[in-house]
Design a protein around this ligand. Structure first.
Ligand code: NAI
Ligand code: MG
Length: 339
């Protein structure tokens, strides 16, 4: 829903479980410090919401997201099998048709990170083997999963990749697939994406087989700019790429549709870290920076990223990055830099 001119932009915060509320609280402090016209609302999600309301994604939460321009989600804990429980993350992606999963991977000024990396992975978020169409035959001795690829979903993720390239100043998109073996499924993705490429003559197009891409990401990640691929390949490659530039404490992401976007740190609820004050808030804060850029304030997003970089350089970081500060102390330092 778009805001009327002059009225604040509503952002829905979805803290969730475990360290989710801790890192979202810090992200909210950052958002509040930016002097942007934001109206922050909070809604329940996850195992805690299930225990309280009987649903991990209550109707009131869906309504709160729907009435917002974008959302910032923390993390949820997946409980063992429970009646009526479903993945609220998958359900949100379906409910708002968030078809593009976008993960930037940029080198950070810290010894944990490899240098010279500035890439974005776009992963199709709605189909492929993750549509979950599986069956069992031969009395349980043969399991079959259906890999669904459609022209429509392939075209729209490809178009989003070329748009991201154009908007972010990249010059090349690499299509990642396995069309030499999966001739129909990956073949359709490849053909659809190549047709979209013709709409963007200003952006170069490359192709790479997924296994080769996994290897090249380790060997020479600096060669890549925008990578676009199907759901499962993107899931795997994006986790691989995040480890090149700081790992889970730093990895941010966005789930983007045509009318809604939900941003989230890549990490989970880390139950053992919860309550210790050791959770690194940067992944969530950098996800908030993506949100700020998405709602139209790229310069402000750049200020957040610059302040995070400055803290990395001065080692004002949490334990996972070799520092000694708590989740809240790191944010205190960040707010001083932003002031
Ligand atoms: P996890 O990401 O929660 O933790 C993996 C490891 O990374 C742990 O050693 C943890 O301490 C560390 N870590 C994670 N985030 C960190 C941070 N911000 N700062 C410092 N260290 C951090 O993944 P795990 O342990 O596999 O899953 C825990 C729970 O989270 C499970 O219930 C899982 O289902 C759920 N999960 C939820 C996700 C989501 O909400 N999108 C994504 C992944 C897992
Ligand atoms: Mg994953």
């Amino acid at each position: 829903m778009s805001a009327a001119p002059g009225s604040p932009i509503r952002i829905c915060l979805l803290p969730g479980d475990g360290i989710g509320p801790e890192v979202i609280e810090q992200s909210a402090r950052v958002l509040e410090a930016l002097a942007l016209p934001l109206d922050l609302v909070t809604a329940e999600i996850g195992f805690g919401a299930y225990q309280k309301t009987g649903s991990p994604l209550p109707e009131a939460t869906l309504a709160a997201i729907r009435s917002s321009k974008a959302a910032l989600f923390g993390a949820v804990t997946t409980p063992p099998d429970l009646p009526g429980y479903f993945s609220p993350v998958i359900r949100m992606r379906q409910a708002f048709d968030l078809y593009a999963n976008l993960r930037p991977c940029r080198s950070i000024p810290h010894p944990i990170s490899r240098p010279g990396i500035d890439l974005v992975i776009l992963r199709e978020n709605t189909e492929d083997l993750y549509a979950g169409i599986e069956r069992v035959e031969a009395g349980g001795d043969r399991a079959i999963g259906e890999m669904i690829i459609t022209r429509r979903a392939s075209e729209r993720i490809a178009r989003k990749a070329y748009q991201v390239a154009r908007d972010s100043g990249y010059h090349k998109v690499t299509l990642v697939h396995k069309a030499n073996v999966l001739r129909e499924t990956c073949g359709l993705f490849r053909r659809a994406a190549l047709a979209v490429a013709e709409e963007f003559p200003d952006i170069a197009t490359g192709e790479m087989l997924v296994d080769s891409c996994a290897m090249e990401l380790v060997r020479d990640p600096g060669q890549f700019q925008v990578l676009v691929t199907t759901n499962m390949f993107g899931d795997i490659l994006s986790d691989e790429a995040s480890m090149l530039v700081g790992g889970l404490g730093m990895a941010c992401s966005g789930n983007i549709g045509d009318g809604m976007a939900i941003f989230e740190p890549v990490h989970g609820s880390a139950p053992k870290l919860a309550g210790t004050g050791k959770a690194n808030p940067f992944a969530a804060i950098l996800s908030a920076a993506m949100l700020v850029e998405y709602i139209g304030f790229p310069e402000t997003a750049g200020r957040i990223r610059g302040a995070v970089d400055a803290l990395l350089v001065s080692n004002q970081v949490t334990e996972d990055l070799g520092g000694a500060l708590s989740t809240r102390q790191v944010t205190d330092c960040l707010l001083e830099r932003l002031a």
